[in-house]
Write a protein that binds this ligand. Structure first.
Ligand SMILES: [Zn+2]
Length: 466
C-alpha cells in the first residue's frame, strides 16, 4: 500500500497558507513558486494536544499513567519517543481511501491523496508561522503534531482562482421500518434524522440549519434541490456562517457572511464579474438567486448525491436500533460497543468487508435485510457496514466552480468531490445509540415535519407507516 513518498522539505514552510482546521487535522494550501508536484495541492497535518509539545516527557508519563486509549488517527506517534522514519505507515486516511472508499465512490469524485514525508524542524517553522492565525479556542487545545513523519497531500479544492462551495449534506434517507421498535417506528419513518436532530439542538439554544431538509437536497427534483439550497443560504447568512452545513471559499479564503453586501463582496465579484454590485432593488436576494442558479445544474447532473444516499441507506440497513438488538442477541452480557468484540476492523477486515458486500450485492438486498442471521460473523459485517455508513453520513462535498470569464450568463463548469471520509471507531456505537434515543424522545409530542424520501423503497412504497 506504500507509494512513492514526496518530501515536504522540497518546499519552504512559507509556501503554505493556513486554510482551516477540524477536530484532528489542520489544512494548508500551496502558494509557493510553480512546482509540478505541489501546485494546486493542500497539506493535511495531524494535530496533537498542546501539552505534548510543551513538555513531551511529562506528557508521555501522564499518558502512560492514564493508559488512555487513542484511536489510530489521534495517537501522537512520537511524543518524545523516537520512531524510525521509514516505519511510520501512510496516514490511515490514505490507506482507508484506497482500500475501501475507492471501491464505492467513483475516483473522479474523490480528492487525489498522496503520502508526503515531513520532519520536525520543518513542522516547527510552519507551526510558528501558523499559531497566531488559529482560533484562540483551538490553540488552547491542540497544535500541529511535530512528531509525525508522514502527512497527507491532497487536491486543493478551494484554493486558486475561482470559488468553491462546501456542503455537509448529512443523512439522506428515511430508515427501513423493519428493524425499528414499535415505539419509534411512526416517528422515525415520518421525519428525517437531520430534521429531528435540528429540532433538538434548536431547543437547546444551538445554531442549526433549521428549514434545511437533506431529503430535499438528495431528491433529484429541481424544485426541492433549489429549496434546500435556499434554506442553506438563509442559515449561512443568518448565523454569520456559524453552522457548518454550508461554506463558501473565494480564491482560497473562507467568506464570513453577514447580512450585508460588503461581507459578501468576494462572492459578488465571482457571480457578477462585470459590475461590483448586482443591479437590483434587493441586491441580497439577487445574489442568493445567482448563487442558487449556479449551483443547481451542477447538483442536478452529478451522480454524487444519489450515490451517497444509496450508500448511507444500504450500509445502515438495520438502523442503530436493529444493530443494537443484533449485538445484544450475539453478546447478551456485553453492552453495545464494549468487550473483546468491540475491536475496530483492521485494513484486512475492511478489504474482506468490501468483497463480501460486493458478493451479497448480487442478491436481493431488501429481502436479505429482513432475515439477519444472529452470528458473530454477521454482527462483524453489520458493525463494519454501520461504521462505513457513518463516514458517508458525515462527509462533505466540494462544488468547485471554474472562474467565469464573461458576464453573459454562460454555463459555469464545475466539479463535485467528496471529502472527509475518515474511518469511524466501534467505540462510537454506544454514543450513537444514546443520541438516537435522545433525538427521538425530544421529538415526541412535536407537530412532526413530513420529510419526503424520493428514493424510498423499503416496502412502504414511499408512504411512511402510520
Ligand atoms: Zn427532513
Amino acid at each position: 500500500m506504500q507509494t512513492d513518498t514526496l518530501d515536504i522539505a522540497d518546499t519552504s514552510p512559507q509556501d503554505w497558507k493556513y486554510i482551516s482546521e477540524g477536530g484532528s487535522t489542520i489544512v494548508f494550501s500551496y502558494v509557493g513558486p510553480p512546482n509540478a508536484r505541489f501546485d494546486r495541492t493542500a497539506l493535511r497535518l495531524r494535530k496533537g494536544p498542546t501539552q505534548a509539545h510543551e513538555d513531551p516527557e511529562k506528557y508521555q508519563k501522564s499518558q502512560l499513567a492514564q493508559e488512555e486509549e487513542h484511536t489510530i488517527e489521534n495517537a501522537p506517534v512520537d511524543a518524545g519517543s523516537s520512531l524510525d522514519d521509514l516505519s511510520e505507515p501512510d496516514d490511515p486516511t490514505i490507506v482507508f481511501q484506497r482500500t475501501v472508499i475507492e471501491q464505492l465512490m467513483p475516483i473522479e469524485h474523490l480528492p487525489r491523496l498522496q503520502s508526503v514525508h515531513v520532519e520536525r524542524a520543518w513542522l516547527e517553522k510552519l507551526a510558528e508561522r501558523t499559531e497566531p492565525l488559529r482560533p484562540h479556542e483551538r490553540r488552547a487545545k491542540d497544535t500541529i503534531d511535530r512528531g509525525r513523519r508522514k502527512a497527507v497531500l491532497a487536491t486543493d479544492l478551494v484554493g486558486g482562482a475561482g470559488w468553491a462551495v462546501e456542503i455537509k449534506p448529512k443523512w439522506g434517507f428515511l430508515p427501513n421500518p423493519t428493524h425499528l421498535s414499535l415505539e419509534t417506528r411512526a416517528i422515525k419513518t415520518r421525519t428525517c434524522r437531520f430534521c429531528m436532530h435540528a429540532h433538538m439542538k434548536s431547543t437547546q439554544g444551538e445554531d442549526v440549519a433549521l428549514g434545511y431538509c437533506p431529503l430535499d437536497l438528495y431528491s433529484g427534483d429541481a424544485a426541492r434541490v433549489e429549496q434546500a439550497l435556499r434554506a442553506l443560504w438563509d442559515v449561512w447568512v443568518g448565523t454569520g456562517g456559524k453552522v457548518n452545513n454550508l461554506r463558501v471559499f473565494v480564491e482560497g479564503k473562507m467568506v464570513k457572511p453577514r447580512a450585508d453586501l460588503e461581507s459578501l463582496a468576494p462572492l459578488t465579484t465571482q457571480l457578477f464579474p462585470a459590475s461590483t454590485n448586482p443591479d437590483s432593488a434587493h441586491p441580497l436576494d439577487t445574489l442568493r438567486d445567482a448563487f442558487i442558479s449556479t449551483l443547481l445544474p451542477l447538483l442536478m447532473h452529478t451522480p454524487v448525491l444519489r450515490t451517497l444516499s444509496t450508500l448511507q441507506r444500504t450500509l445502515d440497513a438495520l438502523d442503530i436500533e436493529g444493530l443494537a438488538a443484533l449485538w445484544s442477541r450475539v453478546h447478551p452480557t456485553m453492552p453495545l460497543g464494549t468487550g473483546p468484540a468491540a475491536r475496530d476492523p483492521d485494513m484486512a477486515e475492511w478489504a474482506r468487508f468490501i468483497s463480501v458486500r460486493a458478493a451479497r450485492g448480487a442478491q436481493d438486498n431488501a429481502e436479505e435485510d429482513h432475515v439477519v442471521p444472529e452470528t458473530q460473523e454477521e454482527l462483524r459485517y453489520r458493525v463494519a457496514a454501520y461504521l462505513l455508513g457513518a463516514s458517508f453520513k458525515d462527509c462533505s462535498i466540494i462544488l468547485r466552480m471554474q472562474p467565469r470569464t464573461t458576464d453573459t450568463g454562460a454555463d459555469v463548469g464545475g466539479t463535485v468531490t467528496v471529502i472527509d471520509l475518515d474511518v469511524k471507531g466501534v467505540d462510537r456505537l454506544a454514543k450513537w445509540a444514546a443520541l438516537d434515543r435522545e433525538i427521538v424522545d425530544a421529538y415526541r409530542g412535536v407537530a412532526p415535519r413530513d420529510c419526503v424520501d424520493a428514493h424510498y423503497d423499503g416496502g412502504g412504497g414511499g408512504v411512511p407507516l402510520a
